[in-house]
Design a protein around this ligand. Structure first.
Ligand code: KMH
Ligand code: ZN
Length: 306
């Protein structure tokens, strides 16, 4: 059977604890969720950290270290560290995971957007923690900064530490940014793109738009590896489309808290199991971490420092 990479984005920096009791918050919960996702067929865990007391997204390096060590002790999973971090972190702080952990893979956000979450407040009344409402509100006026200067700094650092960038593309123009970085020697080909669809401020998650993103990237940069993730109810439909188109998929509670309409996922593994089941029906198997390393050309677990 054909192999595709399934990534589980374990907790992210978007959802807040009031939205689901199953959102992992402490390092122990995040690490255990990654292992459960691995057991369900995920080869990659994309990880963010949260304040263990109140679930607020943050970039505590000790928490990253704890989670990474736990996962590495129990699995050979690839860890894709976030360099998107948490809204409001400085670009320098977001990047620290790369020199600290020498990871095989880390996210690299390919442009600046008004990363908007404020609209979910229309559907929320009760908040478990005081920080949640102002956090969501402030995104009405929040630019997630990834300028060319930042992109050059990030890609040079990734190169220095042998970390493969997973290039997060939230809208079509960011493909243009990637082409610039390739043409000027900042990125090595074939690049690995994660199309992130359905964030307010970015491209809507539709079939037409995924075809458009794919075809635009093909014309601008030629061959590349790619995956898709989509916010909320579009998660599984867009992953289905990616499977049909030959792409890889990302699921996880970072992108959606549900496993089907009206039913919260009790674990990242629920979504991983679902997409693996669908893939299998299409004659596709989830790649093992080692197969995913071979596909993406990663340096190997023996070269990380966690
Ligand atoms: N933290 C979000 C603003 C990433 O992990 O690099 C974007 C994000 C992407 O989650
Ligand atoms: Zn992320």
């Amino acid at each position: 059977m054909e192999k595709r990479i399934v990534t589980a984005a374990i907790t992210g920096a978007i959802h807040t604890p009031s939205m689901s009791p199953y959102l992992p918050v402490t390092p122990e919960e995040i690490a255990k969720e990654a292992v459960r996702a691995y057991e369900a067929g995920a080869a990659v865990a994309h990880i963010h950290m949260r304040n263990p007391e109140n679930g607020k997204p943050e970039g505590n390096i000790d928490s990253f270290a704890e989670v990474a060590a736990y996962i590495k002790e129990r699995t050979d999973m690839i860890i894709c560290f976030t360099t998107g971090g948490a809204l409001g972190m400085s670009v320098e702080d977001r990047l620290k995971v790369v020199p600290t952990f020498n990871p095989e893979l880390a996210s690299c956000n390919c442009g600046s957007i008004n990363f908007a979450l404020f609209h979910v407040l229309e559907r929320m009344q009760d908040f478990k923690y005081d920080w949640e409402k102002p956090f969501l509100e402030m995104t009405e006026d929040f630019i997630f900064p990834n300028t060319f200067k930042t992109l050059k700094q990030y890609t040079e650092t990734f190169k220095k530490y042998g970390t493969r960038p997973e290039l997060e593309v939230y809208d079509t123009g960011m493909i243009n940014n990637i082409a610039y970085l390739i043409n000027h020697g900042y990125l090595e080909e074939p690049v690995y793109i994660q199309f992130v669809m359905g964030i307010l401020g970015g491209i809507p998650a539709t079939i037409d738009n995924l075809l458009f993103l794919y075809n635009t990237a093909k014309k601008a940069i030629g061959d590349f590896h790619w995956s898709v993730c989509a916010a909320g109810k579009n998660q599984i439909p867009m992953c289905n489309m990616a499977l049909l188109m030959g792409g890889n998929v990302r699921v996880g509670l970072e992108d959606s808290l549900y496993v089907e309409k009206g039913k919260l996922a009790t674990s990242n593994a629920d979504q991983v199991e679902k997409i693996v089941r669908i893939a299998n029906e299409l004659g596709i198997e989830s790649a093992t971490p080692q197969e995913a390393r071979d596909i993406l050309g990663l340096k190997g677990l023996e070269k990380v420092t966690y």
